[in-house]
Design a protein around this ligand. Structure first.
Ligand code: ADP
Ligand code: MG
Ligand code: ZN
Length: 628
């Protein structure tokens, strides 16, 4: 977007010039168009004289000072039909007039038409006018566009970077399922509405509230609801908007924002993704980022610069509180942290209630059932789910949303759009074996989540999918559960290996293997679940680019590092052998499942367990059923 003005200039100028030629063409040299009413046919001068001699000409009209004429001729061979044709006359034909008189032909001369000249004049004027207005707008636009030539003069003055909503129109009733957070923030509303209540007893009103939680849990919504409940304006900007190419732009945006906010106090200033600007200073690869640091410093200065009772409350949102600069979290700045987590089953139920208000649900659909089916869904996922279901309902021309639409919408939200079905081929068979491999291992291991269904319908990136029912409310995970998950994830590759042989294994297991490696490594380095003993050897991974020091990542020696590697390898090898053994032991059942899956495309978990029980012992898995 940033440099689009250049493109604009480059493309608009040639367009204007071409337009100019075009206009000149149509207006300036408009030919005197006397043939407009005449027939399009032409007659030679010689033929015209012949006709004249044969008395077949009834009238002649001269145009263009006598250079052309429209002639009416009569054709006796065609029932004396009258024809109008054009004749180009030689310039020196003075005897023609006398001949016409002699033959008694009607003739008339018409003056040169002038409109051509007028259009020409207009055409000549239109272009410069167009060019001037065009250039005028171009310059005005490029001055306002960030990064345009005017930018160097008016750094960061661009007003469009933060948004102000005088009334958000959102109330606490629209936010559901995060009751604790709502209660905490209820107080902020009172601060804004009746500050005297607090200042009278000498309480300092907090300046900043930090909302911490994963994306889609309703942080933005909550901030808007506070503004809506308190009836104050809502200013919002995203942390990433502060971070610019030019040093100083971000800082000046912060100044702008706070100036506007002070003019409109009491109000809410909402800074989304504050981690983009508020990361630890001087961290990350390649040292600090001057621009970001300046912006952050400006933010801190502004927050210190106004007293708690000016009526501005800053709400910031992040899902990475661990990377924030400590100065931001000091008392007097974002001294309140409110956690906004993904909702539990009760929370999901109440969020579903909010979002189903304007949807038509079939009486057979209970919101409880949907809440049960959607562990791990955030508020945004649930709202998306109901919307997808409504779209499917409309597409299928139903009057109300039924359980079928809900099921399909869940699949779609979790795994992406349904792709085109696979054609029958060797690779379809291979994918079927891969998925059945996951499902068999998952079903036979006592500590694995039960299979919900296996499908061969491609969705999103995946060609086939095995769905498991995660056990909700499961806070702690045991070592054998982790090993079961690793074995289950290896089930796909194990099936390929055992059935088709080493040479035929495919890239389809890439994703599985990534998960396997991650889980196995964490068992060793974070959870102390290997022969290395209960040592925590690594804190969370993946922060190198997010601002923490990258040197502190491994606090162990080279020799420990190689022992970690061999422990990880040991776990994975053991699990893989186990998965392969399960494949070899259940070959007959697997072949039957694959035929069934290719025929039906989807096998339900219950049916899967029943069929498998005909061949072998299938362990019972108690499912935790959350109470509502
Ligand atoms: P975040 O800012 O945490 O990423 P948003 O507030 O932008 O999430 O949520 C996106 C949308 O999801 C909201 O507009 C709303 O429709 C829905 N949503 C999320 N959480 C909730 C909730 N707790 N209650 C009701 N709707 C929610
Ligand atoms: Mg948000
Ligand atoms: Zn797989």
């Amino acid at each position: 977007m940033k440099f689009s003005w250049k493109v604009l200039v480059l493309w608009t100028l040639p367009a204007l010039v071409i337009g100019f030629f075009f206009w000149q063409g149509t207006f300036a040299s408009t030919p005197v168009d006397m043939t407009r009413n005449a027939a399009n046919s032409r007659m030679t001068y010689g033929r015209f004289l012949e006709y004249l001699d044969a008395n077949r000409i009834s009238s002649v009209d001269f145009y263009e000072g006598g250079r052309t004429a429209i002639v009416e001729s009569v054709d006796p061979e065609l029932d004396n039909r009258v024809q109008r044709v054009r004749v180009d006359l030689p310039i020196s034909a003075p005897e023609l007039i006398s001949k016409l008189k002699e033959k008694g032909v009607n003739f008339d001369a018409h003056p040169m038409r002038n409109d051509g000249a007028i259009w020409g004049l207009l055409g000549n004027l239109v272009f410069p006018l167009l060019l001037i207005t065009g250039l005028f707008f171009l310059f005005r636009r490029s001055n306002n566009l960030p990064g345009g030539p005017g930018q160097a003069m008016s750094f960061g003055k661009s007003k469009a970077r933060f948004m102000m909503e005088a009334k958000t129109g959102i109330k606490f009733d629209d936010v559901a399922g995060i009751e604790e957070a709502k209660e905490e923030l209820q107080e902020v509303v009172t601060f804004l509405k009746q500050p005297e209540k607090f200042t009278a007893v000498g309480a300092r009103i907090p300046k900043g509230v930090l909302l911490v939680g994963p994306p889609g849990t309703g942080k933005t919504l909550l901030a808007k609801a506070i503004a809506g409940e308190a009836g104050v304006p809502f200013f919002s900007i995203s942390g990433s908007e502060f971070v610019e190419m030019f040093v100083g732009v971000g800082a000046s945006r912060v100044r702008d924002l706070f100036k506007k906010a002070k003019d409109n106090a009491p109000c809410i200033v909402f800074i989304d993704e504050i981690d983009a600007v508020g990361r630890q200073r001087g961290a990350g690869i390649g040292g600090g980022n001057d621009e970001r640091e300046q912006t952050l410093n400006q933010l801190l200065t502004e927050m210190d610069g106004f007293e708690g009772n000016t009526g501005i409350i800053i709400i910031a949102a992040t899902n990475r509180p661990d990377v924030l600069d400590a100065a931001l979290l000091r008392p007097g700045r974002f001294d309140r942290q409110v956690t906004v987590d993904a909702p539990d089953i009760k929370g999901r139920l109440s969020i579903l209630a909010v979002h189903s208000r304007n949807k038509k649900l079939d009486p057979s659909v209970s919101l409880e059932a949907i809440a049960r089916r959607t562990p791990g869904f955030t508020g945004a996922d649930l709202s998306n789910l109901l919307n997808e279901a409504a779209i499917l309902c409309a597409r299928r021309r139903k009057d109300a949303i039924t359980l079928t639409e809900i099921d399909d919408a869940v699949d779609r939200v979790v795994a992406g759009m349904e792709g085109t079905p696979l054609v029958d081929s060797k690779s379809k068979r291979l994918i079927a074996y891969h998925e059945i491999g996951h499902a068999i291992v998952g079903t036979l291991l006592k500590d694995h989540d039960p299979v919900q269904k296996v499908t061969l319908i491609p969705r999103g990136q995946a060609q086939g999918l095995t769905w498991f029912m995660p056990n909700e409310e499961q806070g702690l995970i045991t070592r054998s559960q982790l090993k079961a998950r690793i074995t289950g994830a290896l089930g796909g590759r194990a099936a390929e290996d055992v059935i088709f042989g080493r040479a035929e294994v495919t890239t389809g297991a890439g994703n599985d293997l990534q998960q396997v490696a991650g889980m196995a490594r964490q068992m060793v380095t974070r959870f102390g679940m290997s022969d290395l003993g209960p040592l925590s050897l690594e804190s969370q991974q993946g922060e190198v680019f997010l601002g923490r020091d990258w040197m502190s990542r491994s606090d162990y020696s080279e020799s420990i590092a190689s022992r970690i590697d061999s422990q990880v390898r040991g776990i994975v090898d053991e699990c893989y052998e186990n998965a392969k053994k399960i494949m070899r032991d259940h070959r007959i059942a697997i072949d039957r499942f694959v035929d069934l899956l290719i025929e039906k495309e989807t096998i339900d978990g219950e049916e899967f367990r029943q069929i498998l029980a005909e061949y072998t012992f299938v362990p019972e898995k108690p499912q935790f059923i959350p109470q509502l």
